[in-house]
Design a protein around this ligand. Structure first.
Ligand SMILES: CSC[C@@H](O)[C@@H](O)C(=O)COP(=O)(O)O
Length: 376
């Protein structure tokens, strides 16, 4: 029964937009993920430097959300540019685009989204500047709304790989907070919930920035799913006990041979899953596939500040002063360890050189987003 008091019910994190465009104020609006789960704070960003910093500091993060933020961000950066010459407008656009492209190196969605925005300007160099600004707004909004459909389809395809009551494990956050809605690795969990599948979900905490503990455990719990948080070094134990029927993870870049970059620690989970005979699935929008790279050794891996390991999350510095620190943010899972790659078009399997090539070069009968411009 609804009553007057309902309007004061606090919203769950899933009712906030991870990343969106405030058209009235020409601002990129994000949930500040560095504050979660303690505080839900929305940020409204209009300056390109602030948008760059929000991506770099992981206030908005996760490959698809980074792409959407960059698309909206580059639109916001030029929306109020007061220039009358198209060439000058394009130079301003390129400056903002190239700058945002330096915010993070691994998730190819960043470059994919910025390239889509770039194509809009390049294809309309003879048009009025106001018209091009409007086309940029439409493209940014499309990139955002396509992500919802893509994630839903990934969820539907992934759901065919599991059964009601299964135990599922995930690493990092490839959830709604990493996308616009549903997430990628979490999409089968949310869609399974709609169908009453009763999954038992195990979430790795995901050191050093704890995206699993702070974000995935938070959003799945808020959604009412059965979620159990474990430390990163416990995935072997839960698999050995037979608690895990499938692993679903997201990705930041998939090379032509199926090697996949995702959050640091993913490759360890994949190796353990292989040892225990648990299927390991990568959930990948085709915007995350980069067939210009032959293998995972070519994927640029971000390294982040040592303080994320030595000091963050501790009241006092935990590690000895002066100790050498290596802090790669992602690792590459060899394609041999991947049971299947779940895309919006279906699940592809080894040999990945062939199945991925066929996937990205297919005609596009389902009316889904244009293919990644990197797929030439
Ligand atoms: C659908 S999100 C896929 C990946 O981007 C995700 O698993 C991940 O590794 C995110 O890393 P992050 O450093 O938090 O941006």
């Amino acid at each position: 029964m609804s009553g007057e008091g309902d309007q004061f019910m606090p919203k769950t994190i899933l009712e906030y937009n991870t990343v969106s465009l405030d058209e009235k104020n020409s601002a990129l609006v994000i949930v500040d993920q560095t504050q979660l789960p303690g505080r839900i704070e929305m940020l409204s960003l209009t300056e390109v430097e602030d948008i760059w910093e929000a991506i770099y500091l992981l206030k908005v993060r996760g490959a698809p959300a980074i792409g959407v933020a960059a698309a909206i961000g580059v639109y916001v950066a030029v929306k109020n540019a007061e220039v009358s010459d198209m060439q000058v407008f394009y130079e301003k656009f390129r400056k903002a685009k190239d700058y945002l492209a330096t915010s993070r190196p691994t998730a190819v969605n960043l470059f994919w989204a910025l390239d889509r925005m770039d194509s809009v300007v390049k294809e309309h160099m003879d048009s009025e500047i106001d018209e091009v600004k409007e086309l940029l707004r439409l493209e940014a909004v499309n990139i955002r709304s396509e992500d919802i459909e893509v994630c839903r389809r990934i969820g539907e395809n992934a759901l065919t790989l599991v059964k009601p009551g299964d135990g599922l494990l995930t690493h990092c956050n490839a959830g709604q907070l990493a996308t616009v809605k549903y997430g990628t690795a979490t999409a089968p969990m949310y869609l399974g919930q709609e169908k009453g599948y009763g999954f038992h979900i195990y979430v790795d905490e995901t050191r050093p920035l704890l995206q699993g503990a702070r974000l995935t455990a938070f959003e799945l719990q808020e959604a009412g799913l059965d979620v159990t948080l474990i430390c990163d070094n416990m995935s072997g134990a839960v698999m050995k006990k037979g608690l895990i029927d499938a692993v679903f993870v997201g990705c930041d870049r998939v090379a032509a041979n199926g090697d996949t970059a995702n959050k640091i620690g993913t490759s360890v989970v994949a190796a353990v899953a292989r040892h225990y005979g648990v299927p390991f699935y990568v959930c990948a929008p085709t915007s995350t596939i980069d067939i210009s790279l032959s293998g995972g050794d070519k994927i640029p891996i971000e390294e982040r500040p040592p303080e994320e390991i030595t000091e963050m999350w501790y009241e006092k510095r935990m590690a000895p002063k002066g100790v050498k620190v290596y802090n790669p943010c992602f690792d590459v899972t060899d394609h041999e360890l991947i049971t299947g790659i779940v895309t919006e078009y279906g699940v592809v399997q080894a040999p990945y050189e062939v199945s991925i090539k066929n996937l990205v070069q297919r005609p596009d009968p389902q009316g889904l987003p244009p293919q990644n411009p990197l797929h030439k």
